[in-house]
Design a protein around this ligand. Sequence first.
Ligand code: CMC
Length: 440
Amino acid sequence: MSKDTLTIIDNRTGKQYEVPIEYETIKAMDLRKIKVSDDDFGIMSYDPAFMNTASCKSRVTFIDGDKGILRYRGYPIEQLAEQSTYLEVAYLILHGELPTPSQLQDWTWHITHHTFIHEQIKKFMEGFHYNAHPMGMLIATVGALSTFYPEAKNIFDEESRRKQIYRLIAKIPTVAAFAYRHSVGQPYNYPDNDLTYTGNFLNMMFKMTEVKYQPNPTLERALDVLFILHADHEQNCSTNAMRSIGSSHVDPYSAVAGAAAALYGPLHGGANEAVLRMLAEIESKDNVPAYIKRVKSGEVRLMGFGHRVYKNYDPRAKIIKQVAHEVFEVTGKNPVIDIALELERIALEDDYFVSRKLYPNVDFYSGIIYQAMGFPVDMFPVLFAIPRTSGWLAQWEEMLLDSEQKIARPRQIYLGYDERDYESMEQRQEKEAKTATASD
Ligand code: CMC
């Protein structure tokens, strides 16, 4: 008769243990009872980079990396990208269900009416150096928001949580656009409540002397689709940071600042920026084979390729490729797309990439679209952070309300010195002198 347990025999003692299997997982804490003696600490599992460890139970996002499936709250990403809007998806991710018309109206009203930032925040941003990276400005400014909303510390008050969620989703495009305008030395554009979430963001980014900014509907929709695709991606590096920081019960502004910092790295959300820098370095289609050679020799990584979870074509990259064509009809073709397509073509035929299951990920094409739309490369990680804020917040709230969660605190395997006595400065000096004489 089959049983949902795992039998472990400890060959050091000959003892046998039975641990339950639930959701094809065993609890690492069940290993603790495996001991050689009563005063033994018990066995731990070792899993650097969480390669095979589930850190939570979640109902937000489902990924099947082998099949290339991504779903938010059960809905396939393809259907959401085709039929939904970013604000509707943010509602879905946070609340678990698609909104009714009145719920969506209420949600949109709240987000729209929290887009302004305190004038002091604006002044704070003015203090940055003229060439400050906008992602650094975003991280610092989101962290600074916590000082303006001290009641955000009441993380177990549902009403307060709701308010901070409205504020964060609403204000992050404003902070992002102000960071950009600061970096180009242009005056800040205040939010326009008549526009959609993405339309208003384009307004704050690009409005110049016109009285009323009219976003191009194709670009507005393309940006909305890109925001849908980036809204959540289960337990990635920045979401894990959000949950980990949030597990200390700090306010959500501080936690989002930490998550955004994790996103900034070139192996995560900074990859879209790195892709564009790579394409610029390659320069032309003719140089692609030589670049692939450098990748294969381990000299450089092919940015925008590979994923910890997807061992198949990233479903988001497929949708983005389609969006690219729509955007290019308005903006004209971004010439680097030809280099990207050639890289993809050669890589997908090459055994190095095929055997390692390395496919284009979300970052491979997104930057090419952003660049065609007029966003500078520095803004790419910021464009990732804006929509991911809803995912971070949903995962944060899920963590807070999960009775099994506690402050995140991994164990370690200590391999350093055993106890040793402090050496005085004279003893160290003497030792140094002896080593110097020995090497003379
Ligand atoms: N170019 C060349 N080789 C690669 C690449 C790449 N982009 N990615 C993985 N490999 C190789 C790697 O060298 C290793 O080879 P070997 O087995 O011979 O040592 C093998 O493939 C497995 O790679 P890994 O580093 O063990 O895989 P990982 O799961 O730790 O890393 C990754 C995942 C996304 C960090 C990595 O694929 C990478 O660095 N990609 C480039 C950066 C990038 O595009 N990041 C965006 C990820 S998607 C969006 C997001 O998370 O923000």
